[in-house]
Design a protein around this ligand. Structure first.
Ligand SMILES: *[C@@H]1O[C@H](CO)[C@@H](O)[C@H](O)[C@H]1NC(C)=O
Ligand SMILES: *[C@@H]1O[C@H](CO)[C@@H](O)[C@H](O)[C@H]1NC(C)=O
Length: 384
């Protein structure tokens, strides 16, 4: 009797499971929901705003592989310089990827085809940028690593370069560089001579000349859909607020610094226009204006649920901005109320807002000349 009962229970369970499956299949009909990612691959270059663990094995102070960094990230501590997801993590999700883009330092073999993150905290367009913090992978080094990835991919495509080129032309490339060329170079006159060698205008021009060559190299290595980002309002980060308002009662942005980095941003828009108007045929560049979208976010902070715009959620000293978040230091309680996670980096909630604007905003102030969703779906002219 016992065994007879359990087998009829088993039949019932199977029948219910089939019923459940069939209703599930039915409920999936109806409006066509896009299946899988909008693009086959996503490659990332940048600094600590998007580094996801490449600096963990590097001798540098620019590391975030300790608690409470990652406190709100599903996998916990990874080396991301924020409490949760970075902008590119959110973009990967918006593009429909089931997984985050893995760090180059831990990616081998066929996984390279889906996309890799080469970003490294403290790095910049210039090789020496960030040396004050230790080692890092500069933009030039990140490009070398990508070139090595492309060589490995050539073998995976059995050296059929036409096929590889076609594949890479569908991928999205995200390049976020420049902040450290100011923060950890130009604005550190004790460590670097750039501010005495160049005025703000000639320094921006110099950076853009190097950047233009680097982006052209990326193009020569197959990239066609390329996002570049503005340098943010670094005169308004808690680190600068703490230095600038040293009487202890201020949250006034250092507009002098903002004006100087804006020279770089203005030039970057011109570079994007030049590339798009035939400078690099068959490509499309998109400028994600993190300067303006972050400014809007701070201006309208209450609309987004933010209560604190001038202090890091975790950090030490004035504005929690004099020393960055220390190992095992307790962060603020309600992280959703903070624009900044630490002295330098946005919180996850801020990253989500910035990523969504770049992905789908219709305003050319946020993202120019098209948004990232449009970039992913764009038909590119293959006949260069
Ligand atoms: C490369 O791939 C394309 C498209 O699949 C194919 O038409 C072409 O013949 C291949 N070329 C070589 C040299 O195998
Ligand atoms: C705040 O700044 C004002 C001048 O801008 C100064 O007179 C005052 O003493 C400052 N307060 C503190 C607490 O430092």
């Amino acid at each position: 009797m016992e065994s007879g009962n359990s087998s009829s229970v088993a039949v019932l369970v199977v029948a219910l499971a089939l019923l459940f499956l069939s209703t599930k299949v039915c409920s999936q009909r109806g409006p066509q929901v896009p299946q899988g990612p909008l693009v086959p691959c996503f490659y990332v270059f940048g600094d600590s705003l998007v580094d996801n663990g490449n600096n963990n094995g590097i001798l540098t102070l620019a590391r975030a592989n300790y608690m409470p960094y990652g406190i709100d990230f599903p996998q916990g501590v990874t080396g991301r310089f924020t409490n949760g997801r970075t902008i590119v993590d959110v973009l990967a999700q918006l593009l429909g990827f089931p997984l985050f883009v893995p760090p180059y330092s831990r990616t081998r073999g066929r996984a390279l085809l889906r996309g890799v993150n080469y970003a490294s905290g403290a790095s910049g367009i210039r090789d020496e940028t960030g040396n004050n913090l230790g080692d890092h992978l500069s933009m030039n080094q990140q490009l070398e690593n990508y070139a090595s990835t492309v060589q490995q991919m050539r073998r995976m495509f059995r050296r059929n370069d036409t096929e590889l080129e076609n594949y890479l032309s569908k991928c999205i490339f995200y390049v976020g560089m420049g902040s450290n060329d100011y923060l950890n170079n130009y604005f550190m006159p004790d460590m670097y001579s750039t501010s005495s060698d160049y005025n703000p205008k000639t320094y921006a021009a110099l950076l853009l000349q190097d950047y233009s060559r680097q982006l052209t190299e990326l193009y020569q290595l197959g990239a066609r859909r390329i996002i570049v980002t503005a340098v943010g309002q670094i005169g308004c980060i808690p680190y600068q607020l703490a230095r600038y308002n040293n009487n202890g009662n201020g949250s006034r942005c250092n507009e002098g610094i903002n004006r100087i980095v804006s020279l770089f941003n203005t030039g970057l828009v011109k570079l994007v226009d030049r590339f798009n108007k035939g400078g690099l045929p068959g490509s499309k560049f998109v400028y994600a204006n993190l300067y303006e979208s972050a400014k809007e976010l701070v201006t309208n902070a209450p609309n987004y649920g933010f209560e604190v715009v001038d202090k890091g959620c975790c950090g030490v000293g004035r504005n929690n901005g004099q020393i960055t978040c220390l190992p095992l230091q307790p962060p603020c309680d309600d992280r959703r109320k903070y624009v900044f996670w630490d002295a330098f980096h946005p919180s996850e909630v801020a990253n989500i807002i910035l990523a969504k604007k770049a992905f789908s905003s219709k305003s050319r102030t946020d993202v120019y000349p098209i948004n990232i969703q449009q970039l992913a779906l764009l038909e590119l002219n293959q006949n260069k």
